[in-house]
Design a protein around this ligand. Structure first.
Ligand code: SF4
Length: 214
């Protein structure tokens, strides 16, 4: 039988309550000091682990301390600086393009609307939502690989397309917990709900998860 929206909302609220106890300190796992650094770290995190990005960014942000330094970077040199994060050619091109546009169109500041963020090279909805939610405190549902896998297993969506998942989660979760719920999904994905072998037998939300026996 198809679960009603109300029932999903109720289940999500109960899951979130447990998440808040289990993952008290759930937060963005990328290191950053300002909006620009978060924007760049998130771009580097595409197809790469946050841990790897955090190994690269301390030196990177020292070498390129502001938007002007990134905008004027030598592309070949920047590629080498970020090589270990993978897809470094595209990432270097996008980071330079993004910073040039920030200077040309936004006075060197990171904008705080979805539309403006999406106009920047290399910035998709995942990055935009993360920056909105974590830096500006504007509700955003961040759909990464964990959110995609877990929200399907939890029966909150049947979609694979990140934007459709975002819309499904927006209907189920209250706005004020969008960002934090997604952080918890990352923690829960790492701790219990692994892609290959979820630990359903010891999962703290198993009684609320329709896929507990997968
Ligand atoms: S019960 Fe299993 S599938 Fe459901 S959230 Fe927990 S680990 Fe994941």
């Amino acid at each position: 039988m198809r679960e009603s929206l109300d029932s999903k909302r109720k289940r999500a609220a109960e899951i979130y309550e447990i998440f808040c106890n289990v993952y008290e300190d759930a937060d963005c796992t990328l290191d950053y000091d300002n909006a620009l650094q978060l924007l760049i770290a998130t771009q580097l995190a595409a197809q790469c682990t946050d841990a790897r990005v955090n190994m690269v960014t301390p030196l990177l942000f020292k070498k390129y301390p502001d938007v002007y330094a990134f905008a004027n970077a030598d592309e070949l040199e920047l590629r080498e600086d970020i090589r270990s994060t993978g897809f470094f050619r595209n990432k270097a091109k996008n980071i330079i393009g993004c910073c040039r546009m920030l200077i040309d169109k936004y006075n060197g500041e990171v904008p705080n609307t979805m539309e403006e963020l999406l106009s920047l090279p290399g910035v998709g909805r995942k990055t935009a939502n993360l920056v909105l939610g974590d830096f500006f405190g504007i509700p955003g549902v961040v759909v990464d690989t964990h959110a995609t896998r877990l929200s399907n297993r939890m029966g909150f969506t049947k979609e694979k397309d990140p934007y459709k998942i975002e819309l499904d989660l927006q209907k189920i979760l209250p706005e004020e917990i969008w960002a934090q719920f997604c952080h918890c999904l990352v923690y829960h994905g790492r701790e219990y709900c692994d892609a290959r072998s979820p630990k359903c037998d010891i999962c703290p939300i198993a009684h609320l998860c329709p896929k507990k026996n997968v």
